[in-house]
Design a protein around this ligand. Structure first.
Ligand SMILES: Cc1ncc(COP(=O)(O)O)c(C=O)c1O
Length: 398
């Protein structure tokens, strides 16, 4: 029997579940883009985006997905011929590095593998071995969505300060914003990139570059910045069209306004806490399931685990088998293993990812885990018992 009715659940790590409120606010006739409420609503987004990022700096908005926003940040921070250092803890840092390379930037990569965070001692050695002013920017992800590794950004900042490095610290929070605690000002982040389709609960379409005065000043020293990516008119628009360098993403603006209202109502500290508890429930279940058979959490140290996405190793072709069973028989969609290929498993068939970002709560996580356990049994996958009970115990503390 193939599932054909009932509510489906997209538990992939973005795009995430879109709240009804957000969808309803987008369901409207086309608004005027020359005057009226759209202009006020657009202006109102900036302080609230800063609230979510704990930033007192600037926010440039773009009609773009994550790849577009990577290019936006690079275009305002570096020129062809500059050197940058990328701290990689999964596929996405490599993706950002590749984009920089194609812009003519010279890229060094410190690769920390697929299941652990950046080691600042290794960074220390690298900075020691290079001329002090070599790097114009250090790029890293806060959370890598493929591995589910979370990095300690403040410790990287501390290390750069010890070396009196003039490099801009640029952080990808595309997976983590509004899920994992992120403190743009306190952690000394110069540039942060994010997008609206994960913790911000809006369909893909708007990306953001957050930046501080240091990055703003640095941009002025670049020989040129393409007019579409230039962040300056977007933060200082003389005319409304300059916010988005052209027609604004009208309906996304309404959706984002509603999503930010929801986060403000919950309060960002509580939003982070909710994500933390839901993640702990997921890890508790997987710890029990892992007591027998081949299953394991990809990231061993809980401090280095994201609260937005969890990457899980099942081994063999079991990841793909489980996903397919869930998709066709239950209405639940979980994420593919991305960038997790191993010897003998080039397609990452042995990995899956659970997305638990944005509009999620305890009953959704119990449904996710209960359905996954049912799927594991259906495909005949050997696992330990007591996963759901362990998750329930964590959730009873909410
Ligand atoms: C951490 C991170 N960076 C960048 C991207 C790329 O974003 P997009 O697929 O919207 O281009 C993603 C997408 O999942 C991501 O998770």
């Amino acid at each position: 029997m193939t599932v054909s009715s009932g509510q489906t659940y997209l538990a992939i790590p973005g795009p995430s579940v879109i709240p009804e409120e957000v969808l309803r606010s987008m369901h409207r006739a086309a608004p005027n883009i020359y005057e009226g409420e759209l202009i006020e609503i657009t202006e109102s987004l900036i302080p609230d985006l800063n609230y979510v990022a704990r930033s007192s700096g600037y926010v440039a908005m773009y009609i773009a997905n994550g790849h577009g926003i990577w290019e936006a940040a690079l275009s305002n921070a570096v020129s062809a011929g500059d050197h940058i250092l990328v701290l990689a803890t999964g596929r996405f840092a490599h993706g950002w590095a590749e984009m920089a390379r194609k812009m003519g930037v010279s890229v060094d990569i410190l690769d920390f593998g697929k299941n652990r965070a950046v080691d600042v001692q290794v960074l220390n050695e690298k900075l020691n071995s290079e001329p002090k002013s070599k790097y114009k920017a250090i790029l890293m992800t806060h959370v890598d969505t493929a591995t589910s590794v979370k990095n300690d950004i403040a410790s990287v900042r501390k290390k750069l300060d010890e070396f009196e490095s003039s490099a801009l610290l640029a952080v990808d929070c595309i997976a983590s914003l509004a899920c994992d605690r992120f403190e743009m000002d306190d952690w000394g982040v110069d540039i942060m990139v994010a997008a609206c389709q994960k913790g911000l609960m809006v369909p893909p379409g708007i990306g953001f570059v957050f930046f501080n005065n240091r990055a703003k000043e640095r941009q002025k020293s670049l020989t040129s910045v393409s007019s579409y990516w230039d962040w300056e008119p977007r933060i200082n628009p003389k005319f409304y069209y300059e916010y988005f360098c052209g027609t604004a993403p009208t309906h996304h603006i309404y959706g984002l306004r509603t999503a930010l209202d929801m986060i403000k109502k919950e309060e960002i500290e509580n939003t982070w806490k909710r994500h933390e508890i839901l993640s702990q429930a997921i890890w508790a279940a997987i710890d029990k399931w892992s007591l027998d058979g081949d299953m394991s959490l990809n990231v061993k140290d809980p401090i280095e685990r994201s609260h937005a996405v969890t990457s899980i190793r099942l081994g063999g072709k079991n990841g793909t088998k489980l996903r397919q069973w869930l998709q066709t028989k239950s209405g639940l969609t979980i994420g593919i293993g991305l960038g997790m290929s191993e010897a003998g498993d080039p397609n990452g068939d042995g990995f899956v990812r659970f997305g638990h970002m944005g509009h999620v709560n305890a009953q959704m996580i119990m449904a996710l885990l209960g359905t996954v356990e049912t799927g594991l049994n259906a495909i005949g996958y050997k696992h330990g018992s007591g996963g759901l009970e362990a998750a329930g115990k964590v959730l009873s503390s909410i």
